[in-house]
Design a protein around this ligand. Structure first.
Ligand code: MSP
Length: 645
């Protein structure tokens, strides 16, 4: 049986500037989709590349005193190195300067001309060199400049070839209307429909004012307009000329993933060219939003361009990938900020995921000599965990098929939270103390390890470096590269019982921020991180549920207390969270005696940055209520270690 195929592309990037985090965002989304489809058993072809021709490149090369190809070679090598570091699993990298591409572009030009869709005329228009785009008077911004980059446009008049785009307006409109998935999300689809309804002008597809491009066949003083050249890359790489079998398998592409400002080129010009050649149209153009930085569009002049290489150096590729995929709803603009990235790393990766792995492996090592024993018992708590896992797994595939990446990740993390809660509910440290509970303990440990096996598989499209690490730490011997979604869908219990866990290794160390430490007073709360000062929520003093969720609140039992000498209020508390002991300094000594405190179950802010108070490091803060005079600890009868939500 022929396997299902999936062809996804990113835009090919201009080698005119260094790639920034926005480009990395687009490529990471495509990579996550490609990896998901491979996991789901598809034969995947994932393409990215570089769009190397045009006047701007020629001018930049001249300025540096090198040839255009020398100029782009260096930059493109940088793109390829970045994609490698970001674990981008592209199957091909197409450079428009390659001979394999030239042949296809010239053939496309020839065939469109033979069809009567290309004619020679005189072009007079307003051209933006940096954007390689012509604009009409009406489209210019309020200063008469390019509506995209706001730089001056030039009046250009030259002999040129035209493509009869106007011939295809009706067919295009019909296609878009009959195929609701062709342009996504819906907002972009609607924009394109109204754009076409305003009428389409023929498109100028050649230039004579520079020569860094693909020559027009039989009229070499013209080079082919960069967009006609660039868009064709998608069929070159699919094997249009070189590999008819491959072309049959992968064309039409399943998704062209592009930024919102180039949806127009992909959903109007590109389909019209394909219609002219009687080739099938791509199944979907997906226009994602832009990544802005601290609320602002990235630009060299603002000095806020974020270099993905530096972020990878500092935080590692998987943390960046996780942040981009989790934080931004596909299709909408999203904000990047360093503080938000660190917040996610600490809360979701170091804390939620890291703790689940760490606690599970620790307990298997401590209570079962490192062996994951079979689960032979089952109670309601176990059923609830397994039930939640199944619900999550079934939503995962459907969500990813719709490219609902961020919601899928959020659901996955709800399950991780559920598994952490399962530890608190089952209190394995208590089971371990009771020799009659050996079977129950084995079940809990097995279920936790199995949860982590499932998690490692499902996070692999997003965090391809972390997933096999978890796999190895669980002692799995099957080659992770051969793992498929079926290894999860086939049922709970895919983890072989009786295996020894692998070597434990922390996944994501907590990132300490450089902010000034403040004493851990119970009645004070921390202010919002600096970068959020402009957000609506911060201005109104309201926080979102996601901001709240970054605070890890746990029930802790006070096992010892002593006054800090030479202070009025400070008390040193020793707390247990079930599987962990903490020391916390709290300003409650004028309300409670040490004896009164021992045995209390209090609420601990567990992921607060440690602070030094009178030479003692406080690892968290206990919550208390105050009416301005009296101060009382918040108490609960829940077991130590319970998660407060
Ligand atoms: N070369 C053309 C594409 C030709 S595809 C046949 C091009 N190149 S580009 O380098 O300028 O942009 C490539 C992609 O990066 C676009 O999809 C664009 O939307 C995306 N991004 C550029 N800045 C971005 C952000 N700040 N955020 C998200 N994506 C961004 O256009």
């Amino acid at each position: 049986m022929a396997s299902k195929s999936f062809y996804i592309t990113t835009p090919i990037y201009y080698p005119s500037a260094k790639l920034h985090i926005g480009h990395a965002y687009c490529t990471t989304i495509a990579d996550a989709m490609a990896r998901f489809k491979r996991l789901a058993g598809y034969d995947v072809f994932f393409l990215t590349g570089s769009d190397e021709h045009g006047q701007k490149i020629q001018q930049a090369a001249e300025k540096e005193g090198v040839t255009p190809i020398e100029y782009v070679n260096k930059i493109v090598a940088g793109f390829q190195a970045l994609w490698k570091r970001l674990h981008i699993s592209n199957d091909d990298f197409l450079r428009t300067s390659e001979p394999r591409h030239h042949r296809v572009v010239q053939e496309f030009f020839r065939r469109a001309k033979a069809k009567g869709d290309v004619y020679k005329g005189e072009y007079t228009g307003l051209y933006c060199t940096p954007c390689e785009s012509y604009w009409t008077e009406l489209q210019l911004d309020e200063n008469g400049c390019c509506p995209d980059c706001h730089r001056p446009v030039q009046q250009v008049s030259e002999e040129a070839y035209f493509f009869k785009l106007s011939n295809y307006a009706d067919r295009l409109l019909k296609h878009i209307e009959e195929n609701p998935d062709f342009i996504q999300p819906v907002s972009r689809r609607n924009e394109m429909i109204s754009f076409i309804k305003q009428g389409l002008d023929d498109l100028c597809i050649s230039r004579t004012s520079f020569d860094w491009g693909i020559p027009v066949p039989d009229d070499e003083k013209h080079v082919i307009y960069v967009w006609f050249d660039a868009l064709t890359n998608y069929v070159t790489a699919a094997g249009f000329f070189d590999d008819p079998e491959k072309f049959k398998k992968f064309w039409p592409a399943d998704v062209h993933l592009v930024g919102k400002e180039i949806v127009r080129f992909h959903s109007i010009i590109w389909p019209a060219i394909l219609m002219s050649l009687d080739l099938p149209l791509p199944k979907q153009i997906y226009g994602h939003g832009w990544l802005i930085v601290d609320g602002d569009k990235m630009s060299k002049s603002k000095g806020n361009v974020v270099d993905p290489n530096l972020l990878i150096d500092e935080f590692g590729a998987d943390a960046i990938r996780y942040f981009l995929l989790r934080e931004i709803a596909l299709g909408q603009d999203g904000n990047f900020s360093r503080d938000a990235l660190i917040g996610r790393i600490n809360a979701d990766l170091a804390n939620d995921l890291g703790n689940l792995l760490h606690r599970t492996l620790n307990m298997i090592a401590k209570f079962q000599d490192g062996v994951i024993e079979a689960a032979t018992t089952k109670n309601e708590t176990d059923d609830a965990l397994i039930g939640d896992a199944w619900e999550m797994v079934s939503g995962y595939e459907a969500g990813m098929e719709k490219m609902a990446i961020s919601p899928v990740i959020r659901r996955l993390w709800t399950f991780i939270g559920r598994a952490n809660k399962y530890i608190d509910e089952t209190a394995p440290w208590a089971l371990a103390k009771d020799p009659t509970k050996k079977a129950e303990l084995a079940t809990v440990m097995y279920n936790l390890a199995e949860s982590l096996r499932v998690i490692s598989i499902l996070i692999s499209p997003f965090m391809p470096e972390t997933a096999p690490k978890i796999w190895a730490q669980l002692g799995m011997t099957k080659d992770f590269a051969s793992v498929r979604l079926d290894d999860v869908k086939n049922g709970w219990g895919g983890l072989p019982a009786g295996q020894h866990i692998g070597e434990a290794e922390p996944l994501f160390p907590r990132i300490e921020t450089e902010k000034e430490e403040t004493p851990a007073k119970p009645e004070k709360t921390k202010t919002a991180p600096k970068q959020e000062k402009k957000t609506e929520t911060a201005e109104s003093g309201v926080i979102t549920i996601d901001e709240f969720k970054r605070t890890e609140l746990r029930v802790a039992e006070v096992t010892a207390a002593e006054r800090v000498p030479k202070t009025d209020k400070l008390m040193k508390l020793t707390l247990t969270l079930g599987d962990e002991t903490r020391e916390v300094v709290s300003g409650i000594a004028d309300t409670y005696t040490a004896e009164e405190l021992v045995g209390k179950h209090v609420i601990l802010v567990a992921n607060l940055k440690p602070a030094k108070l009178r030479g003692i490091v406080s690892h968290g803060m206990v919550l208390a209520a105050s009416d301005g005079e009296k101060l009382r600890l918040i108490e609960t009868d829940m077991p130590a270690g319970s998660v407060v939500r």
